[in-house]
Design a protein around this ligand. Structure first.
Ligand SMILES: NC(=O)c1ccc[n+]([C@@H]2O[C@H](COP(=O)([O-])OP(=O)(O)OC[C@H]3O[C@@H](n4cnc5c(N)ncnc54)[C@H](O)[C@@H]3O)[C@@H](O)[C@H]2O)c1
Ligand SMILES: O=C(O)[C@@H](O)[C@@H](O)[C@H](O)[C@@H](O)CO
Length: 316
């Protein structure tokens, strides 16, 4: 059991807190927003209820025990006191992260491991030099209590023993660590998602296809094969000579790099920022986020159970 502090209780923070607590760690979590702090216990309880219904929670957990295992704190110093590991899961903003790491440097003893859940940022230049040996990225996916992949990424000065210990911690959660040799923005899975996003933004911005059609193509076309074949095994079934010819023909040109999407900008300007606002690319019919998370989680857990029974292609 490790005492773990999580800074940032938003979409990721509360989910990471839940998976850590369910696997025996003592967790403290804080957020600068009073509203977010107040929302953390309810979101975790609701997620725990879904896990229990699916038989996917460890034995003996209920809301009361969860309340004892995860303490929500208003102050950063109380959150990190005694923690062997601090996980930063605040807004994806380099200035905010730099300021937080400087605070953590002041508050935490030298042996504390500092981890960041950043999606794309090279956080290592944002972390004080003296902390580099015990700093790394631990990157979960959402929802972190269901999606098992965790990227474990050392910085240039990270002690390999810290990387190994954190990969073990992730395995102890029943999750799957991917240990990278060095930082690269987006790691593996997020880089692939980013390439999908670039194409999807282009299709939307150029009016080629509607949101529902794009998601139909992904759900009915791409998704069925991925759980069994990944991408490279799928290429073996496609045939590598065709794959080679398609590349050589050069008829597909990836979207040129852009830093904005008109469709996305219009939605955000209207306050359609996703499920937390009840609307995004889709209209979620006034359903509260808790209810939407519950439906998503129930469906993901059913799929995960089916995938565990089916398995990937032998030999891959
Ligand atoms: N949303 C995802 O799917 C996802 C997945 C993987 C990784 N991430 C990464 O995780 C991090 C958090 O993302 P999120 O989606 O949970 O964001 P979020 O906006 O839901 O939550 C971030 C929280 O951080 C709080 N915060 C900001 N500054 C703070 C500070 N100095 N101290 C304490 N709290 C502070 C905010 O009040 C907010 O509640 C980001 O780095 C993001 O890139 C996000
Ligand atoms: O897939 C996930 O859960 C996350 O890694 C992403 O949501 C990630 O934060 C980015 O792709 C956001 O652009």
């Amino acid at each position: 059991m490790t005492e773990i502090a999580i800074i940032g209780g938003g979409l990721m923070g509360h989910g990471i807190a839940l998976v850590l607590a369910l696997h025996g760690h003592a967790v403290r979590i804080t957020d600068t927003s009073t509203e977010t702090r107040a929302r953390v216990p309810g979101l975790m309880e609701s997620a725990l209820a879904t896990l229990r219904e699916a038989g996917a929670a460890p034995e003996g957990w209920d809301a009361e025990r969860l309340g004892q295992a995860v303490r929500v704190e208003a102050d950063l110093d109380k959150t990190v006191a005694g923690a062997g590991l601090v996980i930063e899961a605040i807004t994806e903003n380099p200035d905010a992260k730099r300021a937080l790491f400087s605070e953590l440097d002041r508050l935490c003893p030298a042996e504390t491991i500092l981890a960041s859940n950043t999606s794309y940022l090279d956080v290592f230049p944002l972390i004080p030099e003296a902390r580099q040996a015990r700093a790394l990225i631990l990157h979960w996916y959402t929802p972190p209590y269901i999606v098992d992949l965790v990227d474990v990424v050392p910085g240039p000065g990270t002690d390999p023993a810290v990387v190994a210990a954190m990969a073990d911690l992730v395995r102890g959660l029943g999750q799957v660590p991917i240990v990278l040799k060095r930082f690269i923005p987006g790691y593996v899975a997020n880089r692939i998602q980013q390439a999908i996003s670039a194409e999807v933004f282009r299709l939307l911005d150029e009016g080629v296809a509607a949101p529902r059609d794009i998601d139909d193509a992904i759900i009915h076309g791409l998704s069925l094969r991925i759980p069994i074949l990944g991408h490279l095994a799928k290429a073996d079934f496609t045939g590598l000579e065709l794959t080679q010819r398609a590349l050589a023909n050069g008829s597909y040109a990836p979207p040129p790099p852009r830093t904005r999407s008109e469709t996305l900008d219009a939605l955000c300007a209207e306050g359609r920022i996703g499920v937390m606002a009840g609307k995004g690319y889709f209209d979620w019919g006034g359903r509260p986020p808790e209810e939407l998370f519950r439906e998503r989680d129930r469906k993901l857990l059913a799929l995960k159970a089916a995938m565990a029974g089916i398995g990937r292609m032998e030999g891959t």
